[in-house]
Design a protein around this ligand. Structure first.
Ligand SMILES: Cc1ncc(COP(=O)(O)O)c(C=O)c1O
Length: 357
């Protein structure tokens, strides 16, 4: 009988809880208002020819590289950051290699790395989910080939400084260091400009969050020219579809739209954190478009109470160190107002005398 590779057979199945997401979706860190109207206009103008032809990535890649201030040879457009992670794993990992991740973090690092037969070494985050850079440095061995870091991190919203990340990359020149900046737009600090000087550093970005294009699946992977030449060998020449390529230049050109959305998210995040403080909830100040909050043992009841109020939030209590925690995405102004009202009611219902700290 045909059998999948042993490393694939031993993977856990990963089913994001996507079914029946009816309501205000604050469970996947998506954009709550959608993309720029310029993108929608472009979609309406698409001609059959553009769909009949194989997509041509290069010219859009050049435009995005110019917008991001990197050389086109340093940039690959990808089918979301998910594909960027997958390609990095396929390019650098051999069975038995080691991959270092600090948990809790985004699950796709572990999945794609383990699928190659590499060994995933998980290192617990430090106090308050801080990045334990000394523990990571101490864990690097001759077998280590990849360190993956989400910055800001999902699901905690915490960050590690650019200087610590660079120090780590420089300390291990034979290790690919992938800095996943999926939430960059809500944070503002980036290592993108460093890929030219640091040959083992890779930076990933997405258009799924601030740009509201999660459904189109577009991301960016940047790295030094010599490494990206290797990475390109692994990538399909048609990995980004024609519709995404047609829309991306419009999305990038409409920076006013992105700025406005980000500014609403930042105000909303502040407002949500204030409310959590007022409700005496334990939360972790976030640099992303979501906040992780500890609800305690009634986390299921809380998620259900929010759902009954038409708001979806994501239970993260099974993530390492996240007992009783729920992650709540932040969107534009009016969803935030709805969220605050629902949050107060849900907390009153599940914990009439308050949530234990
Ligand atoms: C840290 C992180 N990286 C990557 C992704 C996936 O991004 P994309 O939609 O570009 O595949 C997510 C999505 O939630 C994420 O949280």
């Amino acid at each position: 009988m045909l059998e999948a590779r042993a490393s694939v057979r031993s993977l856990k199945e990963y089913h994001p809880p996507l079914g029946g997401r009816v309501g205000l979706r604050l469970d996947f860190n998506e954009n709550t208002v959608g993309c720029s109207p310029r993108v929608l206009e472009r979609l309406r103008q698409l001609q059959f020819e553009q769909l009949a032809r194989y997509p041509e990535r290069e010219s859009v890649e050049r435009q995005v590289a110019s917008y991001l201030g990197v050389d086109p040879a340093e940039l690959l457009l990808t089918n979301g950051v998910d594909e960027a992670i997958h390609i990095i794993c396929e390019t650098y990992l051999e069975p038995g290699d080691e991959v270092l991740i600090v948990v809790p973090t985004f699950s796709m690092y572990e999945i794609y790395a383990a699928a190659t037969g590499a060994r995933v070494v998980t290192i617990p985050a430090g106090p308050e989910f801080s990045y334990p850079k000394n523990d990571v440095l101490a864990r690097i061995s001759s077998r280590t080939r990849l360190i993956a870091i989400a910055n800001p991190n999902n699901p905690t919203g915490t960050v590690v400084s650019q200087s610590d990340l660079l120090r780590m990359a420089r300390a291990a020149p034979e290790v690919a260091v992938l800095v996943d900046e999926a939430y960059f737009d809500f944070y503002g600090d980036s290592l993108l400009a460093e890929v030219t000087n640091c040959p083992n550093l890779f930076v990933a970005r997405t258009f799924s969050k601030a740009y509201g294009l999660a459904g189109l699946r577009i991301g960016v992977l940047a790295g030094s020219g010599s490494q990206m030449a290797m990475v390109r060998r692994v990538s399909s020449p048609y990995n980004v579809n024609a519709v995404a390529l047609a829309c991306l230049p419009e999305a990038v050109a409409d920076q006013d739209y992105v700025r406005q959305y980000v500014s609403e998210v930042l105000q909303g995040r502040e407002r949500l954190e204030q409310e959590m403080r007022a409700l005496k909830l334990r939360f972790w100040p976030s640099q992303a478009n979501f906040v992780l909050v500890r609800i305690g043992e009634r986390h299921d009841a809380f998620v259900q109470a929010m759902r009954e109020r038409g708001i979806l939030v994501r239970d993260r209590s099974r993530d390492f160190g996240c007992d009783g925690c729920v992650r709540i995405s932040v969107g534009s102004n009016s969803p935030t107002e709805r969220l605050i009202v629902a949050l107060r009611e849900a907390i009153r219902i599940i914990a009439p005398t308050g949530v234990p700290a």
